[in-house]
Design a protein around this ligand. Sequence first.
Ligand code: F0G
Length: 417
Amino acid sequence: MSLSLSAEQPDEPADAADGVWLECIECGDTFAPFDDIRYTCDECDGLLEVRYADLPTFDDFDGHGVWRYADALPFEEGVSIQEGATPLYEVPRLEESVGVEALRIKHEGMNPTGSFKDRGMTVGVRVAKELGVGRLACASTGNTSAALAAYGSRGGMQTLVLLPAGKVAAGKIAQASLHGARILEVDGNFDACLDIVQELAAQGEAYLLNSLNPFRLEGQKTIGLEILEGFLADYDAVPDRIVLPVGNAGNTSALYKAFRELVQAGELDEDDVPKLTGVQAEGAAPMVEAIENDADEVRRWDDVETRATAIRIGNPVNAPKALPGIRETGGTAVAVSDEEITEAQRDIAGEGIGVEPASAASVAGLRKLRTEGVVDDDERVACLTTGHLLKDPDAAAAAGSEPEPVPAETQGVLEHL
Ligand code: F0G
């Protein structure tokens, strides 16, 4: 199986360009990377992955941010706003209350537009330029649209975003709007938006930059590479487990690909690969259902609901890449309630780190799995927090304390205190 951890490095096909090609994860068909626009396999409609004739080792990485990892990417540089190089925070109180050997928070909210999506867009928009397309598009629960709008405008391109009406956090719409995206509010959920934008892309109306686009996931691999380098520097070992929120399962797929490539390059032992552990909200948990039932495929949930609007997704399109990632690394998936998510958001905030609700799902999931004994107390764990607190100011205000009205004089303030 091509997505197995022990898969051999494939031979370079004739249609490769400078050692880069696309390969179908289902039938193994290969395609030239930049001759035509395609998102899935021409033969069987399977998902595509980017392949490289040469895989880098840690010593090949040089510089700062996403493009430090250029040797693991299809280009030397991209359309950049200085993305990546996000903090890997120590959180001693949280570490103790969860009860693990080590806990670090990889805060992707510290990217230019406040989420990990920037890592995918710096590569994806570069590819769009290579292909010579005019208009970029995505469906989004908000963060992808903010990143696409920013990177599209940076690259001097038009952007079109389809959002589920009434279900996108205020900060994200504000970003897409100010960066000049044309915003279409769809009377349906995220999955319906993605169905439509895929049709538009198939009809040549726009270049699709959702995580179905294999090049976006290349940029997102760098989250995994940064976490590994950070742990190696601090603990002289890679983490035992990485816990992350799951929506379309793009990050789960991207991290798994990063680890597979390191194994193939001889840089990481198969047994040392961190256990990928996905967390979904109870009201939108089709991946958790598939893992629990040991199913080969994920059943689409038509009705999804959660306060963590970023992961309000019922049809995780990257499931065929992510399910092997979770299983082959010995990881798991778990669902948490909205209350558990809010609680975790407060806990993380108590360490001075502000994250949006979907991000807090990672810590909520870790706590739950630790309580259930699935996670051991001797594990070193990285939790991925995917978006910044200010993305969803309403959720933050609802989870936080109420402002207290006081009179405009010191005595009155003192009396109130
Ligand atoms: N966390 C945040 C803050 C997100 O915005 C998303 C996805 C995820 C987690 C899930 O990541 O899809 O790789 O499993 N947001 C997309 C969007 C869907 O449109 O912004 P995934």
